[in-house]
Design a protein around this ligand. Sequence first.
Ligand code: IVH
Length: 673
Amino acid sequence: MSGSSKSIQEEMKRLALEIEKHDRAYYELDQPVITDAEYDALFRKLQKLEEEYPDLASLHSPTKRVGGKALEQFQKSKHGVPMLSLANALNEEEWFAFDERLHRFLEAPAEKEFEYFAELKFDGLSINLTYENGLLARAATRGDGETGEDVTDNIKTIRSIPLKLKTETPPEKIEIRGEIVLPVKAFLDLNRDQSDRGEKTFANPRNAAAGSLRQLDSKITASRPLTGFFYGVGEVIGFTLPKTISQYEELLSEWGFPVGTQKRICKGAKSMLEFYREIEGIRDSLPYEIDGVVVKLNSFSEQQTAGFIARSPRGMIAFKFPPKKSITLIEDIQVQVGRTGALTPVAIVSPVNVSGVMVKRATLHNQDEIDRKDIRIGDHVVIQRAGDVIPEVVEVLKEKRRGDERRFRIPDLCPVCGATVVRGEGEAVSRCSGRNCIAKLKERIKHFVQKDALNIEGLGDKIVDQWVDEGLVKRLHDLFDLHYDDLISLEGFADKSVRKILNAIDAARSPELYRLIFGLGVRHVGEATAKLLAIRFKSILNLSQATREDLLEVDGIGDEMATSILSFFSNHEHLDELETLLSKIQPIEPKASGKAQIFEGKIFVLTGTLPNLGRSDAEKIIEDHGGKVSGSVSKKTSFVLAGAEAGSKLEKARSLGVPIIDEAGFQELLRGH
Ligand code: IVH
């Protein structure tokens, strides 16, 4: 290989490592250290080199994660060792029965307390990853347990899954098993996008994860923020596993896999119950769905002795949470009007307790869903809660019908303002066409003041409804003209609360530009797109004057979004409203190039001599980009920037696991503008 191809290859390797580091920071630690734009720049740089020098490109490059050509169908893939299933315990008796059975089977005295490893039961779909000599060779779904579908291209798009094991001494071959999940927030966002586009929504995060992973077009998978948790092992060749499952999971984590955060080694059956109850208590606050805990004899050799019953290991059990489903009666069906005018049918049900939450309403999504499930007023139905999502009707109990149930149709006129309801061709969603629909206004304002937009603290849904109903707020900018006297006479307000909310409104008069863009509620423009637009256009005025070509030049903005942005800014009412709004608030424009606050919240410690940058240069750069410089290393330190002859700070950083970067790494963090 010539000297120059060697250095090109080295540059590729360096970029790949850098990208993988940021993937980890983003997907596993949830602490991105660079902006999306900077990340994209690194990514494109590597892509470009690979296009220019395809022979030098690595098959395991992170660029392979973006998805490739669509498949006709999935290939079959036989597992090295079959993927089994788990027996369930549905209550405490069944749990104690499991423990007793193991005592009998392993001929252990009654007083012996087994060492159990307890962890979460992730509600996704199981996956089998085969690594050969440390490289991801294949990924397959469970299928019938013997043979699954080859979804390697799709799995490669999931950034939290290592393409290469982080070890110098990988097994010759190992099957690593786990569960692919879609976080609840991503599921909600996905469903919102799907319904905005008039496409089908998913019933729960698990279906959404399955639908996303089983895509013949891996580009679609790449656009869905899937992640996974790994806990299991299949075939192993040329490697000695640790003695226990808990140690094995530590190894998985070292190799670069995401593993569950909640887990415990429990002595005996009783102490396991404490874990179960604790997890049940935090279940709804986890970012992804779980449907129970899995308890496993921690020792692999005990597992082996315990053997199998039917297709399940005798030494493991899934201790499930009670299902979040209940049966109730549909008393009525009403129609809700959303921010974009979308009409959503909602079932008003006889109040029922669904795993601890009283439910009175359940979404029916749209007319097609109602027709498909044949849902009628007066029906007995099964409803279910998925995460924090509004409950939905999963099934009609048709055998309970008496014949007086009534069918429902979305009305032709908006139930709030009386304007005609329209349904675009090929769309599942019907929308109110009224310009001054109060329901739309309320939802627009709620969207405008929410946490990710203008973030007006204390201005909740009920207050927005009240202010609109009272005629105090007719346009977004009316919020900024409210006075003490307008509010003090309102129900629920007193001196202190009025002052507080007026202060909160005042505090929102200088929002970051992207928050304002997001808050305007342009269809298809989510928070991430708003950030891209803010960086590219720097002001609302520029954005409002952007042409289709200007918009399409922004990476991440496609035809549909461009159309929707253009249509928003060609509407005179919107422009008038914006003009008035901008006379009352001053958005903060993103800093000029190179000075984005990419180090905001990051603490750097400098040590040693850097090859090019003087100490004060480095300090200035960090501070200019919103970071802080500190003199000593602690757990709070984000990075140690180390040069030649670095001293004890380096040792300290290593012992605390603080990331250490050199000048090149530092420059890389800064690049991309
Ligand atoms: S151990 C013999 N641990 O639950 C199978 N499974 O209902 C060994 N699952 O097929 C599985 N979280 O897909 C195990 N922490 C966990 C799990 C887990 C979710 C899934 C897995 C399995 C299914 C059985």
